[in-house]
Each structure stands twice: as structure tokens, then as C-alpha cells.
Design a protein around this ligand. Structure first.
Ligand code: CAA
Length: 265
């Protein structure tokens, strides 16, 4: 597994419970080759292992970012994606791994976020972008469509007109336009970006982790199911959370007018 970590850097802060995976191919604008895709999965597995000996939930949130000044990720590595994608469908890919990961994953977008890079960000739970970032689906210029669900995701977030506009024209949009369309959660000034992202992630990491996991689960269910099935599912999750120590801690803290300290139990 350590070989798989060659194209990424992985860090874990045991004070905050925040893990960081840095896609580390800055000379190629962090384009996704096989090694980087495997690295993202291996990085998530390494971070998930922080929970193994923990009393409760140690890993509270994961930030996914790109190394260098210019890009989150400029998409699939154009040199080699045809052979990779031919063999990729049988395995659980990094998009699916991020989507199903128990802790929330935050795409920290600073620069180009294109093609498979945008699809990687769309598989994450949150997209936080600096105002000078640029997003888009250039695949049509290569005679392709976004192959990892880009049209599906953007249609659900922003509607079919926006999804078709992005994927059919291949034109890039600003972070602000992406936020206006509901594709990006927050846009921050370039100067304040690092601090604002840290504050957002710290807040998220301080929330009750079992409730956060259940909410992620519920949101996925809402996208895939009808309302009746989704409501039944949420009622089941709610019943389970009522039994947790975190719920008791949250209620006690409210009654005593202080901040709770959740443990994921
Ligand atoms: N794959 C491989 N290498 C890439 C790359 C990519 N997707 N994007 C950039 N690079 C490389 C460039 O080849 C260049 O390498 P060299 O210095 O060795 O020449 C380096 O990164 C820097 O890039 P540029 O010099 O092009 O930087 P720029 O600032 O002039 O332009 C850009 C930036 C507009 C993002 C331009 O690099 C670009 O258009 N990149 C391709 C974007 C793209 O089409 N992505 C979609 C790929 S398809 C896909 O993603 C679908 C899928 O999942 C299957």
C-alpha cells in the first residue's frame, strides 16, 4: 500500500481529527493517472485506520487538495487515460470510494478543477473554492463526455440546462458562477482562502461524528430513492442516533449552556 501513496501526501491532525490528502503531481497540474487514483484510495484507507484503536471516532473530516499554485486537478492524465479507463470499471474507483467514505470529504479547490478533477470534487461532500478558481468539463474537446458521473451530478445539483451547457460547450466557469449554480458550496477570497477553509473544516470536525455520518448516508439515500423510502430511512437513522452517547452529551451541554465535546460513541 505504501507504493500507492507515492503520488499523494497524507497527514492527520489528532487534535482536530482532520485528515488531509494532497494530490501531489503539481508539474502535471495534479492530473489523474493510475498512481494518483490509487493514491487517493490508499490515503483514505490510511486515514480510516485512525479509527481502529480509537475510543469513538478519531477521523472527523478529510480535506482533499492539490499541490502547487495552479490546480486542484486538471482532470484525467491525457497521456494515459484510454488504457486506464478500459480496465477501471471492474474495480471500486476513487470516486466511489470518496462518495462512500464514512467521514465527510471536502474538496479544497484552488485553481483549475477540470474534467475528472471536477468529478472528483463532485464525489466529495463539500466543494470550497478560492474566487480565482476555474471549473469545467473539457472532455467534449477530446470527443468524450465526463465519464465519472459529471453530467449526472451537475444535473442533480444545478439542473439539466447547466449540466448540458458545461459538458457540451466545454467552457470553463468561475468559482462564483459555480456557487450561484449550486455546484460549489462556498467561495472565499484568494487572500482569506486558507483560513476560511480551516475554519469551515474545524467546525465540521467538531460536530457529532455519528450524526454527521448518518446525515451523509441520508443525503445519498435522498438522491437515489423516492420520498417515502427516504423518510423511513431517516426515521431509522434518527432512532439509532437517539441511543448514542453523543446525543446525551449534546442535550446535556445544551441544558448546561456550554459547548459539547463529541466522541463518536
Ligand atoms: N493531463 C496530463 N498533463 C496535463 C494535464 C492533463 N489533464 N493538464 C495539464 N497537464 C500538464 C501540461 O501538459 C503541462 O506539462 P508540461 O509542463 O510538461 O508541458 C503542465 O501540466 C502545465 O500545463 P499547461 O502548460 O498547459 O498550463 P496552462 O496554464 O497553460 O494551461 C490548462 C492550464 C488550461 C488547465 C491546460 O493545462 C489544459 O487544458 N489541460 C487539460 C485539461 C483537460 O482537458 N482535462 C480533461 C481531461 S479528460 C477527463 O478528465 C475525463 C476523464 O476523467 C476520463
Amino acid at each position: 500500500m505504501d507504493d500507492d501513496l507515492d503520488a499523494v501526501r497524507v497527514a492527520f491532525d489528532d487534535e482536530t481529527g482532520v485528515g488531509t490528502i494532497t494530490m501531489d503531481r503539481p508539474d502535471a497540474l495534479n492530473a489523474l493517472n493510475g498512481q494518483l487514483r490509487a493514491g487517493i484510495i490508499a490515503g483514505l484507507q490510511r486515514l480510516e485506520a485512525e479509527n481502529e484503536d480509537a475510543d469513538g471516532v478519531a477521523l472527523r473530516a478529510v480535506v482533499l487538495e492539490g499541490a502547487g499554485e495552479k490546480a486542484f486537478c486538471a482532470g484525467a492524465d491525457i497521456g494515459g487515460f484510454s488504457e486506464e479507463s478500459a480496465g477501471a470499471s471492474s474495480e471500486r474507483d476513487h470516486y466511489e470510494y470518496i462518495r462512500d467514505f464514512p467521514a465527510p470529504v471536502i474538496a479544497k479547490i484552488d485553481g483549475y478543477c477540470l474534467g475528472g478533477g471536477l468529478e472528483t470534487a463532485l464525489a466529495c461532500d463539500f466543494r470550497l473554492a478560492s474566487e480565482s478558481s476555474t471549473l469545467g468539463f473539457p472532455e467534449v474537446n477530446l470527443g468524450l463526455l465526463p465519464g465519472a458521473g459529471g453530467v449526472q451530478y451537475v444535473t442533480k445539483l444545478a439542473g439539466p440546462a447547466v449540466a448540458k451547457e458545461l459538458a457540451m460547450t466545454g467552457e470553463y466557469i468561475s468559482a462564483q458562477r459555480a456557487a450561484d449554480e449550486g455546484i460549489v458550496n462556498r467561495v472565499y477570497s484568494d487572500e482569506g482562502f486558507e483560513d476560511e477553509v480551516d475554519a469551515f473544516v474545524a467546525d465540521l470536525a467538531g460536530q457529532a461524528p455519528l450524526a454527521v455520518q448518518a446525515i451523509k448516508d441520508s443525503a445519498h439515500m435522498a438522491v437515489q430513492s423516492g420520498l417515502e423510502e427516504g423518510l423511513r430511512y431517516d426515521a431509522k437513522l434518527f432512532g439509532e442516533l437517539l441511543e448514542t452517547e453523543d446525543h446525551a452529551k449534546g442535550a446535556a451541554a445544551f441544558n448546561e449552556d456550554r459547548e459539547p465535546e463529541f466522541e463518536g460513541k
